[in-house]
Design a protein around this ligand. Structure first.
Ligand SMILES: *Cc1c(COP(=O)(O)O)cnc(C)c1O
Length: 373
């Protein structure tokens, strides 16, 4: 089976991890700080907090905002479950906005229609690695005094108006799961220019425990520490951070390769009448984490089954979050009225795309698609 996504690991990645295995630090050590510095230099962000997954990063991002319980956070339903889950973890209410068909990104007009007195933040996702209409979302946030979290799990290496993703929102989150733009096996990071949010997220990564405590509270004893926030253990290991540092040296190569592959698919699929190809918005440098098609006039599920029978690991990204049983059982009101999300969900299919795919594989995928029907 050709998977829809796969990591790229070189010998220098392996060597970097082995060096740490033979060092004094297995978990938090010098590589974590160095990896965070690499993320900051690459994106231009002032602070990066590396953790054990993007799910953890989203959780501490929401917690660090310190919103009153029951606040509403507007988000997209067309994403992985972890996006809205991070809102629920913190006792808040995810309010879903509809998406735009061409990009599958959250629709700023729909965001506006969902704002209430309880809205405190917007959590948007750069679907497939294509940055959202960030200027428009920022304008809404400024108008209504809302905070922004960018779930950029797909979008490390992507740019908006010639600026790398990482500094647009109050907090930006990346994922380093094997199918994502770079990998640390499991891993994620939260980036922010805000020193208060950075300090809170650093504490929340490790139990909310503070070693440097105020002179009043300090007994003068060397063993003294305090716990000032309710944190968990979300630490990333030095082994993973070493892999991350090594992968960061290849990020631009990975993104170029993904762009080449997307162009290749486009060139060879554009005349097929039953396909609507993905588009790139002007002013955006796409990360191409996912290459998704919309089918028209054919059954998506029959097409999907046919491609799977050919050992092509197509996928559906995503089942809208509000369709999950847990959400149906736990949201205060019934969730309906997402015509674009429902239409896209019924017609979408993800093709294999990752840096290690070769032309025999892409040609095989194209040939089987052309032979359909
Ligand atoms: C993969 C993903 C996550 C979760 O990432 P993990 O590192 O696996 O926890 C969150 N949001 C989106 C949009 C994702 O694709």
């Amino acid at each position: 089976m050709i998977p829809y996504g796969h990591q790229w690991i070189d010998d220098d990645d392996v060597d970097a991890v082995v060096r740490v295995l033979k060092s004094d630090w297995l978990t938090t050590g010098p590589c974590v700080a160095e990896f965070e510095q690499a993320l900051c230099s690459y994106t231009g962000a002032k602070n990066a907090i590396a953790v054990n997954s993007a799910t953890s990063a989203l959780d501490i991002a929401v917690q660090s905002l310190d919103l009153p319980r029951g606040s509403e956070i507007i988000t997209t339903p067309f994403t992985f479950a972890a996006t809205a889950n991070s809102i629920l973890f913190n006792g808040h209410i995810p309010v879903f906005a509809d998406i735009q068909r061409e990009t599958r990104n959250i629709d700023p007009e729909s965001i506006r229609s969902k704002i209430t007195k309880k809205t405190r933040a917007i959590m948007y996702v750069d679907y497939a690695g294509q940055p959202c209409d960030i200027e428009e979302i920022r304008a809404i946030a400024d108008e209504y005094n809302l905070l922004l979290i960018e779930d950029a799990a797909h979008a490390l290496g992507a740019s908006y108006r010639n600026k790398k993703v990482g500094t647009f929102a109050d907090i930006t989150v990346f994922s380093f799961h094997p199918v994502k733009p770079i990998t640390t096996a499991e891993g994620g990071a939260a980036l922010t220019d805000n020193p208060v949010l950075a300090e809170r997220m650093r504490l929340l990564r490790s139990h909310g425990i503070k070693k440097e405590i105020s002179p009043q509270a300090n007994s003068g004893k060397a063993w003294e520490y305090d716990m000032v926030m309710l944190g968990r253990n979300y630490r990333i290991t030095d082994l993973q951070a070493a892999l991350g540092i090594s992968q960061m040296t290849k990020i631009d190569t990975f993104i170029s390769k993904r762009n080449e592959l997307a162009s290749y698919y486009h060139k060879h699929l554009k005349d097929i009448p039953f396909l609507e190809l993905p588009t790139t918005t002007p002013g955006v440098h796409h990360g191409w984490h996912l290459y998704t098609l919309l089918v028209t006039g054919i059954e998506r599920d029959s097409f999907f089954d046919y491609l799977r029978e050919q050992e092509i690991g197509v996928n559906v990204h995503y089942i809208p979050t509000y369709r999950f049983s847990y959400y149906k059982d736990h949201l205060p009101t019934e969730v309906t009225g997402y015509p674009v999300t429902e239409d896209v969900f019924s017609r979408i299919i993800t093709l294999p795309l990752y840096p290690g795919i070769n032309s025999q594989m892409t040609d095989f995928v194209i040939e089987k698609i052309r032979a359909y029907g």
